[in-house]
Ligand binder design. Sequence first.
Ligand code: HEM
Length: 500
Amino acid sequence: MEDIIIGVVALAAVFFFFLYQKPKTKRYKLPPGPSGLPVIGNLHQLESVNPQRFFAGWAKKYGPILSYKIGKRTMVVISSAELAKELLKTQDVNFADRPPHRGQEVISYGRRDMGMCHFTPYYREIRKMGMNHIFSPTRVATFKHVREEEARRMMDKINKASEISEAVDLSELMLTFTNSVVCRQAFGKKYNEDGEEMKRFIKILYGTQSVLGKIFFSDFFPFTRFLDDWTGQTAYMMECFERQDIYLQEIVDETLNPNKVQPETESMIDLLMEIYRNQPFTSEFTIDNVKAVVMDIVVAGTDTAAAALVWGMTYLMRYPQVMKKAQEEVRDYARENGLTFLSEDDVKNIPYFRALVKETLRIEPVIPLLLPRNCIKDTNIAGYDIPAGTTVNVNAWAVSRDKKEWGPYPDEFRPERFLEMNIDFKGTDYEFLPFGSGRRMCPGMRLGVAMLEVPYANLLLKFNFRLPDGMKPEELNMDVMPGLAMHKAQHLELVPEKVK
Ligand code: HEM
């Protein structure tokens, strides 16, 4: 109750403060959108559950480019392939920046990372280095054995559950898989899954992720930092940041220790420490830069592949004929080649499965609104003004369900569509953008796909699944949990049965 009173009083204070401010901005012809209230704009109309569906609903009403306001900030949402191309290709350089966000600023050591960094010369250097080294095909291949080993461990656990016909929490298992893979790739650390160090890592990761996704008053209403402080947001942010920093500093200290045991494969932090020692960039690359970039890899790498696999298995439970076809294909392939486990090289040879991976990323792109872009200078899209400082999102979810692009049944889960049309997720087919496109496109695409494919293929190879407690497929909850990567809101629990 006390929180509500504080909130109401605070909002009223902000409301009256701004009501008596004279508007100073020049008149722009903004894209159409819902009319809002003075001061708060459209804040009161937004829904936090299933934001991609909510904005798709607005797009039906206002069109493929729409605008709305939160406080002083103009927000734009794009929902067609044609305008996505205009934004991410033709005008990419005007939108290659990220908008202000207090939590992201702190967590990324003042935007020294890649994902939240402003579009600066430093950003261009770190991005180039990332593409040539951290995320290069050679480096991704170096960790192949790690991903396959962890996938085998996951299958063993499911196997044990199948022996006693017990349901497994696939959401939990997949997060454990990605956490373990990412810790080994990023830090060269192999934690015991149920041990204290892994629990500590997960707690820190959740804290960091929650700060990255939080909305701070001061990002939308100038002079309201006191409200962030008052509502405890600042204290929570600092607590999460400090926990993260202590952890990352310990990892850095270990790499600096001359007696350190060399890991099986050079980890990503080792590579970043080499950059720290060699200082190849025009601006100084400090230990904080190392921590910021490694934080990016960990945050972006754990959630995304896990969320995608859970969505894929959820849709397969709802579309048993697709499940059957995919299982038959992988099982035939394994039988013909005398295999009991499918490796990263094997999945390249299974066409329906590859189409299934694409269909999974089409039907539920796990970052459905992509990461927001910040408009660098006044420009124009589709005849509307986009003022500098506007935040722009592409609703990749709406684009990948657009009838104009995908035919009459875009809501159907049908991998065949990718066998019939030559469309890929590499950022040049604008109707299909699960990894974004342009200068800020996901650099971890290859790694993300590799992390998704092996567990996915082996689940299909080794097990049949049913829903627990007589639940029907149509009863599966399809809501998303808001966050940077949108997980299925309810964990997916399935009862495995081992294939003889
Ligand atoms: C299935 C897995 C993944 C999906 C669907 C995905 C999707 C995305 C999307 C949509 C963006 C925003 C692109 C834009 O703004 O246009 C992004 C950015 C990014 N992703 Fe991924 N991602 C995945 C895996 C990964 C992995 C494994 C890593 C690293 C280990 C990673 C690192 C990043 C980084 C650093 C950025 C920010 C790039 C920049 O701003 O320059 N991602 N990702």
